[in-house]
Design a protein around this ligand. Structure first.
Ligand SMILES: *Cc1c(COP(=O)(O)O)cnc(C)c1O
Length: 356
């Protein structure tokens, strides 16, 4: 099966085989060595991050990393400005509500960019001490303009929390320029690992300048960081998934790092987009330049139901992704993360051509 959904991704042979590594107790030095190596590998994915940011590993999906990232936000007296233009912006607001943390959501339609004018007005008023945004909004495939948002965060001196779950290792991230306090990521999207491990890269001084704002025992980055200084973890980590991530990081680096991966995704996405355009299948977003490279969304051609498209593709070994919420029934999505060849993509396109 070739997975064209936005994570989990099709694994390489090497990553799959890494899952069969030795049994290992998470209180033994071999475990500490493994997690130290992964932490340093993750810090080195972006040159810009390695001196100033420290990755914290969690056994969870990407959502757990985003939720744990909010343990950096103090419970009392804080006020977070949330930029939302899709499912994941709304989910972050729901997390802040669940944690009892004050916030204000600047929403724009899911087909529109972040409402920067409203963000700037809110920041000018000076009532916010954190900004949250989603980098690649997987709902539509829009790569939000974080250069622009980050410049506002820098100008108004407000730290930025970023959901980079579907962009980390696939898109450019400017840690310093964006005034990033932290970004959340996961093993099983652009990193090409197995689901089960997620991570938050945190600006190092936060762990000494701040106190934990955690509202749960498990999702407390401060607690993890304290033990991970020596490579350990307060709770049992998914050891085999870490073996796979270790291997995935080695492969990422051997393939030329995030830039080469970005280039590869871009090539595949363009291949999909231009072939679908020839079949008369239009991109969902009006401005094609607003897409990132990892995923793109398309309008279902009239007379072709999503279920039929999905089922026919699945029968021949390809999994695509439906639209969420109001887009169900109008949209389908194609992600190009994971181990995919040009031939895989062409084979998938040939099936769509037959149906469209
Ligand atoms: C996939 C994704 C998540 C987290 O999803 P999980 O299913 O919890 O791994 C969060 N944000 C974005 C932008 C995503 O694409």
């Amino acid at each position: 099966m070739k997975l064209l959904n936005p994570g989990p991704v099709t694994l390489t042979k090497g990553v799959r085989q890494a899952l069969l590594g030795d049994d290992l107790c998470h209180r033994e030095p071999e475990f500490a060595e493994l997690s130290q190596r992964i932490i340093s590998g993750l810090a080195n994915v972006y040159e810009d991050a390695n001196a100033q940011y420290v990755p914290v590993l969690l056994t969870s999906s990407g959502t757990g990393a985003v939720e744990a990232m909010f343990s950096l936000v103090p419970g009392a007296g804080s006020n977070t400005l949330v930029a939302a233009n899709g499912v994941y912006g709304d989910r972050a607001a729901a997390m802040l509500t669940a944690q009892g943390k004050r916030h204000h959501v600047v929403s724009s339609p899911w087909t529109s960019p972040i409402d920067f004018a409203a963000i700037e007005t809110a920041l000018q008023a000076g009532n916010f001490d954190h900004v949250f945004a989603v980098h690649h909004e997987t709902t539509t495939g829009r790569l939000n303009d974080i250069d622009k948002l980050g410049a506002l965060c820098t100008r108004y001196k407000v730290p930025l929390l970023l959901d980079a779950v579907s962009s980390f290792a696939g898109e450019r991230i400017q840690f310093a320029e964006w005034n990033l306090l932290a970004c959340a990521a996961t093993a099983n999207k652009c990193l090409h690992g197995v689901p089960g491990i997620a991570m938050v890269l945190v600006h190092k001084p936060a762990f000494t300048d701040r106190k934990s704002g955690a509202t749960s025992v498990y999702l407390d980055l401060f607690r993890y960081r304290k033990e991970q200084t020596n490579g350990f973890s307060p709770f049992t980590q998914s050891v085999q998934v870490l073996y796979a991530l270790d291997r995935a990081l080695i492969e990422l680096s051997a393939q030329g790092g995030w830039r080469a991966r970005h280039q590869r995704y871009s090539t595949l996405t363009n291949r999909v987009r231009s072939a679908l355009a020839e079949m008369g299948i239009r991109a969902f977003l009006d401005d094609e330049a607003s897409y990132g490279v990892t995923l793109s969304s398309y309008r279902l051609p009239s007379g072709l139901a999503y279920e039929r498209l999905h089922d026919e593709l699945k029968r021949e070994g390809f999994i695509i992704y439906a639209g969420q919420g109001p887009f169900a029934g109008q949209m389908f999505r194609v992600a190009v993360m994971g181990e995919l060849s040009d031939a895989d993509i062409d084979q998938m396109l040939a099936i769509v051509r037959r149906l469209a």
